[in-house]
Design a protein around this ligand. Structure first.
Ligand code: F0G
Length: 467
């Protein structure tokens, strides 16, 4: 096994380490999240990021060529937890585009060439999640996992289902009833994952799937949510591609929608490591944008919760969640992908804000809808959650936190066709979801029919549904 890579508790006061082959979703000593760490001194030294440019001409069908083709693994020296290229599970993810969006920039009152859109919806399953799944599936295969599962607001389940079917593992996805867009649900079914519609929301689903992964080892679930630190290793590559597209010059700002807060955590880790390796001099600033109806990070940040002296005020966070529970509060936003009240990567996001001198903003559903329509009119389009980044940019321009001539990259996390109901409703006023007669019109008879299973939010019922 690769001796230069290991897992480590993110709490420096604990710092517990374990091997790459261990399957953990948190530190066994203190319960904190885990990071993947590297002893860079034991790995071949990279002199410049330009090293990666030779991969543009070396794609092929053998293991090494397939890795070169992937927009994640062509940077494999920066996520070196695998043993050989043969280990890598790749479906051609990460071949995405950074678009200079001058028309949109003008609409936003920005200077030409200052606004760039990173289209992660161009991944095979239509969202940025494929960047993380390729890394987590590589680890899952390394440890011999047979059954993989996640809770999802839709995109993680679509990505997991696709990777599971292509790597011949059983995929199980937990989704909240009526909570995910029809495009994403159709993907999980089509790719053949066991799709459990749990009566509850994302937070309920994640609690259940974690419970089964940790407390019921006999069920043999490998957890694919972003508490899995290998997911974040893959998502670092979004930043490498942005640097690559800008001739290795970091932008002034990276703006990203915040849901479970895995992406922003991965971005900061990417830059932190590049700085440690002496491969970049400047780290961009980070803006994480919450939907106003799912704004835990925004509220806590506003209250003054920060990454300070290598930790954060856990009591303040617990108090905040206690109030939500007391009020029986559930997150609610048109951007269903980020409808999350209890973001599991909150500590890592606080650390990310510290590394990248970041800010947090919130945007209303109306702002999300308007900016989604603008990205569609003057770009390739995106799903509602992704447009939170552009809506957030507008707010930060208005507040003069960002100036119109700074270079800004907005991460468009998911494809426009993920959530067509929102688009049609925006343009016509027709709510296709409400207008549909949800009772089946006929009994499906195709060879590949894969119906969702409705399950109440109860452990025994879920385990029965999983067989
Ligand atoms: N944008 C889209 C389109 C997403 O699907 C998600 C998360 C996010 C942004 C937020 O990213 O969690 O890293 O802060 N979707 C998850 C899912 C939760 O289940 O598909 P994050």
């Amino acid at each position: 096994m690769n001796e230069a890579a290991f897992q480590q508790c993110m709490n420096p006061a604990c710092g517990e380490k374990c091997a790459i082959e261990d399957v953990r979703v948190s530190c066994t000593k203190c319960g904190s999240l885990l990071d993947i760490r590297y002893d860079w001194s034991r790995l071949p030294r990279l002199k410049s990021l330009r090293y990666f440019e030779h991969r543009w001409s070396t794609k092929g069908t053998e293991a090494e060529g397939r890795a070169d083709f992937s927009g994640v693994w062509r940077f494999r020296e920066l996520l070196p937890f695998y043993r050989t290229e043969e280990d890598i599970v790749s479906i051609g993810e990460g071949r995405t585009v950074l678009q200079q969006a001058d028309i949109l920039a003008r609409q936003m009152g920005m200077s030409p060439r200052s606004l760039l859109l990173q289209y992660e919806g161009l991944n095979p399953s239509g969202s940025f999640k494929d960047n993380g799944m390729t890394a987590a599936f590589t680890h899952a295969r390394l440890v011999g996992a047979k059954r993989v599962a996640c809770a999802s607001t839709g995109n993680t389940s679509a990505s997991l289902a696709l990777f599971a079917s292509l790597s011949q593992m059983q995929g199980v996805v937990f989704i909240g009833t009526g909570k995910i867009s029809v495009g994403k649900l159709s993907q999980a079914l089509d790719y053949g994952a066991l799709t459990l519609q749990i009566q509850g929301d994302f937070d309920d689903c994640l609690r259940r799937v974690r419970q089964i992964a940790v407390d019921r080892p006999e069920v043999g679930i490998y957890l694919m949510n972003s508490v899995n630190p290998f997911r974040l290793e893959g998502q670092k590559s979004i930043m490498y591609r942005i640097l690559e597209a800008r001739d290795w010059q970091p932008p002034d700002w990276v703006i990203v929608p915040g849901g479970n807060l895995g992406n922003c955590s991965a971005f900061a880790k990417a830059f932190d490591e590049l700085r440690e390796l002496g491969l970049i001099k400047k780290i961009p600033r980070l803006a994480v944008i919450n939907a106003a109806g799912a704004n835990t990070l925004y509220n806590l940040h506003k209250q003054g919760v920060r990454w300070e002296n290598n930790w954060y005020d856990q009591t303040a966070v617990q108090k905040y969640y206690a109030v939500l529970a007391e009020q029986n509060y559930h997150a609610h936003t048109v951007a269903s992908a980020i409808e999350i009240g209890h973001p599991v990567n909150l500590p890592k996001a606080l650390r990310a804000l510290s590394i990248m001198n970041g800010v947090v903003e919130e945007v209303s559903d109306e702002e999300i809808l308007e900016h989604r329509a603008m990205v569609a009119r003057w770009g390739f389009g995106c799903e509602p959650a992704s447009a939170a980044s552009v809506a957030g940019l507008r707010r930060l321009l208005d507040k003069k936190v960002i100036s119109p001539d700074e270079s800004v990259v907005c991460i468009l996390t998911g494809h426009e066709l993920k959530d067509p109901n929102v688009t049609v409703k925006y343009h016509t006023g027709i709510d296709m979801k409400a207008a549909q007669d949800l009772a089946p019109r006929s009994t499906p008879t195709g060879h590949y029919v894969n119906r969702p299973v409705q399950v109440e939010d109860n452990l025994d019922a879920i385990l029965r549904a999983m067989g």
